[in-house]
Write a protein that binds this ligand. Structure first.
Ligand code: PGA
Length: 258
């Protein structure tokens, strides 16, 4: 398991250039030793590139097309995101699955295109409350992962997986660290079995109601390589505290491994 924890902020359809500048101010005043990125709406990528370019904070987007170019009105290609310096792209978020009807197959095609363009896709998987209550969590995660494995093959090593239980997103109802640990273990075992990837090759993040109060407990799980943060990533002070927790947990794991 890589020791540097990764914090990805998902601004969803929120934010403004003024907010990008406010984060830039904060980062310039000092930033904890963790890897962090804000995934902003497409129109804010240019501001993110200008403001974050000379800081340790990285940036990314929240969707991209499965095609390179052509007659796809309203879509944005992975290559276009690269042109604005994006490093990450969130793909397969449950809101895109639910609101835009994205299927496992369509998501896998987007992930493949993002990897080909040199982006790091942060691919969201997770069960709904009904699926959890019906004890379908393992089956749902396996189905979502295996479609990715079939499409990407050895390129799976280039992605980040985010386990986001749908019931935990925006609800204030975070999965307990024990559940997260168990589920991340299952995801790692599935990847080991089907792709032969050893634990830690693919970073597995947790997402769903992460905030400055629960981040430390979640990030101290060895199976948690980082967090995907929605609401709390819009608040500079909250996001900074989460990044500090990530830096602390990274340092602890590094010293334990030494
Ligand atoms: P949340 O959102 O942190 O507001 O629950 C997480 C996400 O949707 O990625």
């Amino acid at each position: 398991m890589t020791a540097t924890k990764l914090v990805i902020g998902n601004w969803k359809m929120n934010g403004s250039t003024a907010q990008v500048r406010a984060f830039g101010e904060l980062v310039r005043r000092g930033w904890p030793a963790c890897e962090a990125a804000l995934c902003v709406p497409h129109p804010l990528l240019s501001a993110a590139q200008t403001v974050f370019g000379a800081t340790p904070l990285r940036w990314g987007a929240q969707d991209c097309s499965a095609d390179d170019d052509g007659a796809f009105t309203g879509d944005v290609s992975a290559g276009m995101l690269r042109e604005f310096g994006a490093r990450y792209v969130i793909l397969g978020h449950s809101e895109r699955r639910a609101v835009h009807g994205e299927t496992d197959g369509q998501i896998a095609a987007k992930v493949q295109r993002a990897v080909a363009a040199g982006l790091t896709p942060v691919v969201c998987i997770g069960e709904t409350a009904e699926e959890r209550d019906g004890e379908q969590t393992a089956a749902v995660l396996r189905r979502q992962l295996l479609q990715l494995v079939r499409t990407l093959g050895s390129d799976m090593a280039s992605i980040v997986v985010a386990y986001e239980p749908v019931w935990a997103i925006g609800s204030g109802d975070t999965a307990a660290p024990g559940i997260i640990d168990h589920t991340h273990g299952f995801i790692a075992a599935t990847l080991a079995f089907h792709v032969g990837l050893s634990a830690g090759t693919v970073r597995i993040l947790y997402g769903g109601s992460v905030n400055s109060r629960n981040a430390g407990a979640i990030l101290s799980c060895k199976t948690v390589a980082g967090v995907l943060v929605g609401g709390a990533a819009l608040n500079p002070a909250e996001f900074t505290e989460i990044c500090k927790a990530a830096a602390r947990c990274s340092a602890e794991e590094t010293s334990e491994a030494a």
